[in-house]
Design a protein around this ligand. Structure first.
Ligand code: ATP
Ligand code: MG
Length: 572
């Protein structure tokens, strides 16, 4: 490709709306443009990177036995009503009507449509296992589309669905996908960590997320350096306590705490440490008011609470409702004497001795609160967020923490969808069973952004060779110099003929500007044809983040191919 013909509109300034490196650099490098919030156009360079990632994904899915299909983006409401998810999906779903007022949605995911397909096309155990996948746009009306390609409303996903006879078969399909995912992300150059994960709205009971480690990641994970434990904090298991403080319970007492609402304020006012406090947090769970209790030095984990309650919707309760239920404003509420609101206590709560809690009276707290004596929770469960330094639930070593971008997730679904939609097969004895399913997603466009998060510097992107839009850029320092131009054109023709993906920066621009743009776009290998080419018979070759080395003109094209082949070994 000639730079004079390539549509790669680079931007000198960082667009104000872009907060993180990948968003900034993909805009500045001319890879993407925004059409609406969370909706992007891919320009030629962006499309090439996406195609590279897709090709890697496709190879690994095929290698694992996957068969590619294309499922419709527009899906009829009836299927979603059959599975019960038409309501559950809520505002995240883009819904539309046809001219006959029939309801449809733009697919946010494809379990329903694929299960319906398999229900009618697969009947016998002989047709199993079956692994079907597609690479296609998904539509989710995210509450907060942001960070460019990381959280879009229209984005590219690879989704594969496995159909097996039984749990054993599913385990095998899951194992294959887990391995395929590790291969995909390694070949994309990503530093990625699989972690145990919550299965969320998709349902099912066993899941892993693949996290690309990056400071910009929205996910928080904990992992152990001593054993293989790694989990999203949403589900990371807290070690249970076995004993409380060696103190005698004292009589419950109400104390005035005028204007003291926060943990920090109460601790300093009453001169106690935060681990003595009982935080009482009110939620609405499918419309019902509940209260969750964690120690003052802990954070409540909403995913754990929601999973424990098994509710569809969980949100912080409206402060007015809290006041109606307790008689006090938020900040002065507590578990003692509270009736009509079920209390869910974290594992540490029962071990508190002489704790502090809101008195359900404005400007008052209770001291010497003793759980068990002073209030009875409806249930005690692991509800708090695990933090760095806490003991690993497997081996007890201190846990480390990191931020990650969820680039993929694998789920064991079991029979949730096959039962809801009646997708069965008959075994060798003629008995009917529901298909046992798994589903496996990769955020292809999110992966593109995640790669940029891991591979950039203050000058621009540093594409791993396996996913670079072009592998080589040839820069003639002075396009007007006839001998430089001839060498550059000759090398370009040879590389193109050899199948190398190469850009010739044939613009009549300053060399400095061409270098700046090449660094911004992030071509892995830069070959500069300049004065020394004519005087010494060499060009300057430079990997994006290394120093220049001179290469002789003699046999140059094959030398470059050999360099590329060697570098490509890293991404096998
Ligand atoms: P998240 O928790 O980030 O919202 P999710 O768990 O809802 O994602 P899945 O349903 O597991 O997403 O979808 C499979 C993959 O699709 C995810 O692992 C992620 O890489 C990608 N993905 C999901 N939502 C988006 C989005 N809004 N923009 C880009 N990629 C996305
Ligand atoms: Mg997910």
């Amino acid at each position: 490709m000639r730079m004079t013909e390539l549509l790669a509109p680079t931007l000198r300034e960082t667009p104000a709306e872009a907060e993180i490196a990948s968003h900034q650099l993909l805009l500045r490098g001319g890879f993407i443009r925004k059409a609406a919030a969370g909706i992007y156009t891919y320009l030629p360079l962006g499309r090439r990177v996406l195609a590279k990632i897709e090709a890697i994904v496709r190879e690994e899915m095929d290698r694992a036995g996957g068969q590619e299909v294309v499922l419709p983006i527009i899906q009829p409401a009836e299927l979603w009503q059959e599975s019960g998810r038409w309501e559950v999906y809520g505002e995240e779903m883009f819904r539309l009507q046809d001219r006959h007022q029939r309801q449809f949605c733009l697919g946010p995911t494809h379990e329903e449509i694929i299960t319906a397909l398999v229900r009618s096309e697969v009947t016998s155990y002989k047709q199993l296992p079956l692994l079907l996948y597609q690479i296609q746009n998904k539509y989710r009306d995210e509450r907060r589309p942001r960070f460019g390609l990381l959280r879009g409303r229209e984005f590219v996903m690879k989704d594969l669905y496995s159909f097996d006879r039984d749990q054993e078969g599913l385990n095998e399909s899951y194992r294959k996908m887990y391995q395929a995912y590790s291969n995909v992300f390694r070949r994309c150059g990503l530093d990625c960590r699989p972690v145990q994960a919550d299965s969320g709205a998709i349902g099912g009971n066993y899941s892993h997320e693949f996290m690309a480690l990056a400071a910009a990641g929205e996910a928080l994970l904990v992992y152990c350096r001593e054993c293989d434990y790694a989990a999203n904090v949403e589900i990371a298991v807290a070690r249970a306590l076995t004993k409380g403080a060696a103190e005698d319970p004292l009589p419950l007492k109400e104390v005035a705490t005028p204007g003291q609402r926060t943990v920090a304020e109460i601790c300093s006012f009453l001169d106690v440490t935060p681990d003595r406090l009982i935080k009482t947090i009110f939620y609405e769970a499918d419309g019902q008011l509940v209260a969750a209790l964690v120690r003052g030095d802990r954070e409540l984990n909403e995913v754990k609470l929601q999973n424990h309650l098994g509710c569809r919707q969980l949100s912080l309760a409206d402060p007015q409702k809290v006041r109606e239920a307790t008689g006090a404003p938020v900040g002065f509420v507590g578990p003692v004497g509270l009736s009509g609101v079920p209390l869910y206590a974290d594992l540490e709560i029962p071990y508190l001795v002489n704790g502090v809690a809101g008195a359900n009276r404005e400007d008052y707290h209770l001291v010497n609160v003793n759980p068990g004596r002073d209030f009875k929770p409806a249930a005690v469960a692991d509800l708090r967020q695990v933090e760095a330094g806490e003991p690993c639930p497997q081996c007890g070593a201190p846990l480390s923490q990191a931020r990650g971008i969820e680039v993929g997730q694998v789920f064991q679904l079991g029979t949730k969808y096959s039962q809801a939609l009646g997708a069965n097969y008959t075994d060798a004895r003629g008995e009917e069973h529901p298909l046992v399913m798994g589903c496996y997603g990769i955020g292809v466009s999110r992966t593109m952004a995640a790669i940029v998060e891991q591979y950039h510097d203050d000058r621009g992107i540093i594409w791993p060779l396996s996913v670079a839009p072009y592998q080589v850029v040839i820069i003639p320092a002075a396009m007007k110099d006839e001998s430089q131009r001839e060498v550059a054109e000759g090398l370009y023709r040879e590389l193109v003929a050899a199948g190398v993906e190469v850009v010739l920066d044939d613009r009549d621009e300053r060399a400095g500007l061409k270098f700046v743009e090449a660094d911004l776009i992030g071509y892995p290998l830069r070959v500069t044809v300049g004065k020394r080419t004519v005087t010494n018979g060499t060009v300057d070759a430079k990997w994006r983040s290394q120093d220049e080395v001179p290469l002789p003109l003699e046999g140059l094209a094959s030398r470059i191919q050999a360099l590329l082949a060697e570098e490509m070994q890293k991404y096998r």
